[in-house]
Design a protein around this ligand. Structure first.
Ligand code: HEC
Ligand code: HEC
Length: 391
């Protein structure tokens, strides 16, 4: 252990200084005492304080005793009052330490999130695909090219690959549509198959341990509230009210963050307006526009990487299914006989491991389908649902 590691935190540095001063002081004392010790001890022995004549009882039990008792009273008062006062603040100290725990967790997650080129410590590179603050970005990816008969095009004896730019979704909002279990599911196992989102957890074949996955999921929750002042306020208030429960504090804060997201710049309504303003999209209904913006990346094959030349880029059947199920052929009218059930499913999702609709099965226990109550208004969900029921 080097001196640098011994004093790497302020409390340690202080402890080391105190220890050094104490040891030096003791050495000085020993040396001086030895020097002072007279050759003949008799005189000193006769002069020892315990051999001196004691004062009279009058003096002993008079002001002197009073003085001692007075000091005793003062010290007892300090203990009697000081301890309860110290104890009163103990709850606050405990809350503070749990909050500190949560904060250190998401701060560690933030470091994992950084670009692989980050200085001084490279992260795991989430930012390289999802954008520096998780606002969304692009993943470079290669896909096989197909012949019209469905076989793969060969080149030099290998499958011909075509580079595509795969839109990586914004994940500064992911906690608004996925609960923590679902977020961890994606982080641990990735999106599977030939898709850019890698598996990060050990269970999925990645390099991150449970603690790192927890820290990242915590960071994504934090990221979803941090840019909205009222959401941060709610988070703080909730800590003070219910105390000690990060999950409860986030649950309330995320609802508020959703309200703010729907009001903020580039909210879903604005995005739909901008989308419909593009010539190629003119004439689509609001429901279709919102579906393309929020649902198609999972329910329409190739939506995230439209590019010429690959079979994947053939104008995919809208809602024809991909990572999420096929929604065409009136399948949703069969899955959800009433529009209300359909709206309810899209709005709230279902609990982990539960079925839905007439025979719906979650892709895996966490469920791959997000819930949309935080990000979309009831009117927007209704518009999308009506579009889906028309497919
Ligand atoms: C090589 C690029 C790439 C890297 C690196 C990457 N991701 Fe992803 N991620 C994606 C893509 C692309 C998707 C969407 C996949 C799809 O289309 O199914 C995605 C999806 C996700 C989702 C699900 C979002 C949703 O709403 O569907 C989360 C959460 C996520 N990534 C978090 C992370 C985190 C955290 C890291 C770093 C540990 C990371 N990603 C690293 C490309 C990447
Ligand atoms: C991140 C990928 C993803 C996104 C984005 C997504 N879904 Fe899904 N969706 C799924 C998956 C996966 C399922 C299958 C159920 C499960 O695993 O939870 C599903 C199931 C569904 C179903 C039930 C289908 C059936 O017949 O079983 C409907 C309806 C649906 N999604 C609508 C939507 C709507 C509306 C949106 C956009 C507002 C949307 N989805 C966005 C992945 C997604």
């Amino acid at each position: 252990m080097t001196l640098a590691t011994l004093i790497n935190t302020p409390p340690r540095a202080i402890a080391v200084v105190v220890a050094v001063v104490a040891i030096l002081g003791w050495l000085v004392f020993v040396v001086l005492e030895n020097r002072r010790t007279p050759a003949v001890l008799t005189e000193q022995y006769l002069d020892a304080p315990n051999r001196a004549t004691a004062p009279d009882d009058d003096v002993f039990e008079g002001p002197r005793l009073d003085r001692f008792l007075g000091w005793g009273l003062i010290l007892m008062a300090i203990v009697a009052i000081g301890l309860p006062i110290y104890w009163l603040a103990e709850v606050g100290r405990q809350t503070g330490s749990i909050r500190g725990f949560d904060k250190r967790s998401w701060q560690r997650g933030e470091e994992l999130f950084l670009s692989t080129a980050a200085k001084p410590h490279p992260g795991f590179g989430c930012a390289d695909c999802h954008g520096s603050v998780g606002q969304g970005g692009v993943a470079k990816w290669n896909l096989a090219v197909f012949n019209t008969d469905g076989t793969k095009v060969q080149e030099n004896g290998k499958d011909k690959l075509e580079p595509v730019s795969w839109a990586a979704p914004a994940i500064n909002t992911v906690a608004l549509r996925y609960n923590v279990t679902q977020i961890k599911q994606v982080l641990i196992y990735g999106r599977g198959g030939n898709k850019p989102m890698p598996a990060w957890g050990v269970a999925g074949g990645g390099a991150m341990n449970d603690q790192q996955i927890d820290d990242l999921a915590n960071f994504l929750r934090h990221l979803a509230i941090e840019s909205y002042e009222p959401a941060v306020q709610t988070y703080n208030d909730e800590w003070n009210r219910n105390g000690h429960d990060a999950d409860k504090a986030y649950a309330k804060a995320l609802v508020v963050a959703g309200q703010e997201y729907r009001k903020a710049k580039s909210n879903p309504a604005d995005q739909a307006k901008e989308y419909l303003g593009v010539k190629a999209n003119a004439g689509q209904s609001e429901g279709q526009a919102l579906f393309n913006l929020f649902c198609a990346r999972c329910h329409t094959k190739g939506w995230s990487y439209q590019t010429p030349n690959t079979d994947y880029a053939k104008p995919a059947v809208a809602g024809g299914g991909w990572y999420g199920p096929n929604l065409t052929g009136q399948s949703e009218v069969r899955q959800f006989p009433t529009e209300k059930d359909h709206i309810d499913y899209v709005t709230n999702g279902v609990d982990q491991g539960k079925g839905y609709g007439a025979g719906g099965v979650q892709k895996y226990d966490g469920g791959g389908m997000p819930y949309w109550s935080n990000m979309l208004t009831p009117d927007q969900v209704k518009a999308i649902v009506e579009y889906e029921r028309s497919l």
